[in-house]
Design a protein around this ligand. Structure first.
Ligand SMILES: Cc1cc2nc3c(=O)[nH]c(=O)nc-3n(C[C@H](O)[C@H](O)[C@H](O)COP(=O)(O)O)c2cc1C
Length: 393
């Protein structure tokens, strides 16, 4: 799976969107199709990002903004930045040699927390060993297997390897209908399926699309009762990833989860699921009202590409934000150097935007800095034809 188009020098990347633009040209077609595909007509995918464009700032003036502090705390870990690398399966498709290991390397300098996918190309032992600093923050993202022993063993192993939190993905009982991806056959045996698959009965599966193969390893019968079981198995804080409703977030807090990620899986699951930013705006006042916002971190992901996107989420009450696709493209194109650049670009944008907003530290951010009047407006722009995907154009 190779592409004949030459990789431009890393200096040609000015922002996170540039990584995807280059990836679309340079990555093998099948890899880009899996990485970029989202559900059905990709409306949620687009709205995730568009939702950030519906919020405007109300900057304060005449504040001394010489020193900007980006430090905060996420899930009891001190961090120098309010974002993390969210889980992405099969980083080895785009970066066969380095895969997830290059993400670990690229996260070392700033200690960007890294959420490791259950469906990583490398084993979690290899990923844990790749740490450059002992204090690097790693979390495990969990897809629950129908053979619960496999899942329980993985949880115990992750804790032993020093992972600091367990993110149980709850928005993906089956892979969404991702048609860009489905147009390519995926053979787990030929294409380096995920490491966890080696012992699976589906290890030689060939399906229409990478997502379908991975979906075979996810149990459709996961319920709240399983979360109770996981709590008994581990001391790692448990976070539900993929919460999309206020009442589910409240329930997670009430049963003792340490947090939630408001997410629709980057628009890859149920099309027309709401942008997580809207859910965040609804949720935080309710959590505060009920006194449930202490020891309960609300994180958010989906469509976050700019420092200003991050600031908007933090103003609304998020503790931190997850970013997936841009780091995946950066790693696929430029390895750990790309991951470092992705981080540095976000830091640069955050520092500048905080100065221009008139704040010096993250704890100063609040909804008073935002004009939210357009947030809930619906204006879905869908092409008039039934042809939605570039691959059909
Ligand atoms: C190629 C790809 C693979 C993904 N794999 C996983 C995964 O293995 N587990 C998971 O919980 N989420 C997975 N996600 C979802 C991300 O963790 C995250 O929720 C979402 O992509 C965030 O949106 P963003 O890509 O716009 O930043 C994946 C996303 C992409 C793009």
């Amino acid at each position: 799976m190779s592409s004949s188009i030459q990789l431009p020098p890393i200096e040609s990347v000015f922002n996170l969107n540039d990584f995807e633009k280059i990836a679309a040209k340079v990555l093998p077609e099948q890899v880009y199709a899996y990485y970029s595909s989202s559900a059905d007509d990709e409306v949620s995918y687009r709205e995730n990002h568009n939702s950030f464009h519906k919020i405007f700032f109300k900057p304060k003036i005449l504040v001394d903004v010489t020193n900007i502090d980006l430090t905060t705390e996420i899930l009891d870990s001190q961090v120098d930045i309010p974002f993390y690398v969210s889980a992405t399966a099969l980083c080895g498709l785009g970066n066969p040699k380095g895969g997830e290991l290059d993400i670990v390397k690229g996260c070392a300098d700033v200690n960007v927390p890294h959420m490791i996918s259950t469906f990583s190309s490398f084993s979690i032992e290899e990923i844990a060993e790749a740490k450059i600093n002992e204090n690097q923050i790693q979390w495990l993202q969990l897809y629950v297997n129908s053979d619960r022993k496999i899942t329980h063993d993985l949880i115990v192993k992750a804790e032993r390897l020093g992972m600091k939190a367990l993110f149980v993905t709850v928005d993906a009982p089956s892979a969404g209908n991702r048609e860009r991806d489905a147009r390519f056959k995926f053979s787990a045996a030929e294409n380096n399926g995920p490491k966890v698959m080696e012992k699976s009965k589906d290890k030689d599966a060939t399906t229409n699309g990478t997502s379908r193969t991975l979906s075979k390893l996810i149990d459709t019968s996961l319920t709240w009762a399983d979360i109770e079981t996981f709590k008994k198995l581990t001391n790692m804080p448990i976070v539900l990833k993929g919460v999309q409703r206020v009442d589910d977030a409240i329930r997670a807090a009430e049963i003792g989860c340490r947090g939630v990620v408001l997410s629709n899986h980057g628009g890859r699951e149920l099309d027309f699921s709401r942008p997580p930013l809207e859910v965040l705006a609804e949720l935080m006042p309710v959590l505060r009202d009920r006194g449930l916002n202490k020891n309960f971190d609300v994180l958010i992901d989906g469509g976050i590409r700019r420092g200003t996107d991050i600031l908007k989420a933090l103003c609304l009450g998020a503790k931190g934000v997850g970013i997936a696709a841009p780091f995946l493209y950066a790693n696929s194109l430029y390895g750990s150097e790309g991951v470092e650049l992705c981080t540095q670009l976000l830091i640069k944008e955050l520092v500048l935007s905080m100065r221009l907003l008139g704040v010096t530290k993250l704890s100063d951010l609040n909804a008073d800095f935002l004009d939210l009047s357009g947030l809930f407006a619906r204006a879905i722009t869908i092409p008039r034809t039934t042809v939605y995907h570039d691959s059909l154009a």
